[in-house]
Design a protein around this ligand. Structure first.
Ligand code: FAS
Ligand code: PHB
Length: 390
């Protein structure tokens, strides 16, 4: 097999890159390790920055998002018995975010690829990049037990944190930066009316909690939990009781509970791999970086990587100018690190740390009190939350 861009990974990064290139007449093949059902069964991100929304519309995959997504022009921060609103739209001159699940984004992308004849090979095993520092890199993989080879001009490793792309970069080239947090998020999806029309981020002495949603009838909740929590110890009743304890009284009183249709624990880490390219292989999305979900940046960073990489590949194919490809890593990392900083700072502000002590708790309350009483501080929060410019 031969194509122009070989893409490892059929998550949001790989599918969006493939779709954007296709619309510019550039061929690609996506090699996805899992089955389509498995990929679509993962419950992940929920909030799309304005830049991501515009990219999806430009890639002709925004129609259902615009019909079913929820435009949010603010969110709430609860702490010390108070609840304060961050007026995203008012503080950023009209910018908002879209609440629309990553699962739906991925479904829309798969449908779009199928509709225009995109090549996505599911259940591709042992995908392996070769000769990435030559002019003719290629990928090998197994499909239904048969060995296959995909020749390409460039390889995009969109294969997530556990992917093969980053692992294939020379060890003496790669520099890793990492911070693992001493807690995780226990998440629940339930077919209940969301507790509020907007998201609530809660700092509480028992730990962080987040009230989010997927639709007016589908709620997504999280509570901070210990890293070694046993999911079997968390009945729905225990989850709902713990969530209520961490929310302001009126929110807890109106919380509609019900059976969980998904329950999982996600670890939290900050992670960046530099550089994001080597030879003719380019890393995009979780393959290159991970953020704690506190700032709702993970999926959105994947989108901005794809924005920069697709623009660079299109320029190379249209004009032969490789300068944007050469600058891809530096350009993408500039935005990645700012999102890493925001996600880290939100995580430090909102969670209970085992070693923070009473002084640390007081610092968090003082910062939250200052943040929500200063338009300058809220403006900084708002412009990061809606997404810094691409
Ligand atoms: P993905 O991991 O989504 O996709 C990579 C794809 O590559 C996968 O389908 C995988 O099967 C495939 N793959 C891996 N190795 C392969 C190989 N060797 N060969 C072929 N294919 C391979 N972000 C938020 O903004 N908010 C959240 O609340 C949030 N919650 C999250 C919860 C969890 C448990 C996780 C893991 C992530 C969460 N994220 C969240 C971040 C998440 O949304 C990612 O940023 C997003 O999935 C990034 O998309 P991709 O880069 O496409 O990576
Ligand atoms: C979600 O809805 O899953 C979600 C929303 C905001 C976050 C993290 C997760 O910061």
């Amino acid at each position: 097999m031969k194509t122009q861009v070989g893409i490892i990974g059929g998550g949001p990064s790989g599918l969006l890159l493939s779709q954007i290139l296709h619309l510019q007449g550039i061929e690609s093949v996506v090699l996805e390790r899992q089955s389509r059902d498995y990929v679509l069964g993962r419950i992940r991100a929920g909030v799309l920055e304005q830049g991501t929304v515009e990219m999806l519309r430009d890639a002709h995959v925004g129609d259902r998002m615009d019909r079913e997504g929820l435009v949010h022009d603010g969110f709430h921060m609860a702490f010390g018995g108070q609840i304060k609103r961050i007026d995203l739209e008012g503080l950023t001159g009209g910018k908002t975010v879209m609440v629309y699940g990553q699962t739906e984004v991925t479904r829309d992308l798969y449908d779009a690829r199928d509709q225009i004849g995109g090549v996505v090979i599911d259940e591709a095993d042992d995908v392996t990049p070769h000769d990435i520092d030559t002019d003719s890199p290629y990928l090998t993989f197994h499909r239904e037990g048969n060995a296959e080879r995909l020749g390409c001009d460039f390889i995009a490793a969109c294969d997530g944190f556990h992917g093969v792309g980053r692992q294939s970069m020379p060890k003496d080239v790669l520099k890793i930066y990492e911070r693992v947090y001493p807690f995780g998020w226990l998440g629940v999806l339930s077919e209940t009316r969301p507790v509020d029309e907007e998201l609530i981020y809660a700092n509480h002495e028992r730990g962080f909690a987040l009230c989010s949603m997927r639709s007016p009838k589908l709620s997504r909740y999280y509570v901070q939990c210990a890293l070694d929590e046993d999911l079997n110890e968390w009945s729905d009743d225990r989850f709902w009781e713990e969530l209520k304890l961490r929310l302001p009284e009126d929110a807890a009183a109106r919380l509609e509970t019900g059976p969980s249709i998904e329950k999982s624990i996600a670890p939290l880490r900050s992670f960046v791999a530099e550089p994001m390219s080597h030879g003719r292989m380019f890393l995009a999305g979780d393959a290159a970086h991970i953020v704690p979900p506190t700032g709702a940046k993970g999926l959105n960073l994947a989108a901005s990587d794809v924005y920069y990489l697709s623009r660079a590949l299109i320029e190379q194919y249209k004009t032969g100018d490789e300068s944007r490809l050469r600058d891809y890593s530096k350009t993408a990392l500039s935005r990645v690190w700012k999102a890493e900083r925001f996600s880290w700072s939100m995580t430090m502000l909102m969670h209970k740390f085992p070693d923070q002590g009473e002084f640390g708790a007081k610092m968090q309350q003082a910062e939250l009190d200052y943040l929500t009483s200063s338009s300058a501080a809220m403006t900084a929060m708002a412009e990061n939350y809606v997404g810094l410019p691409f």
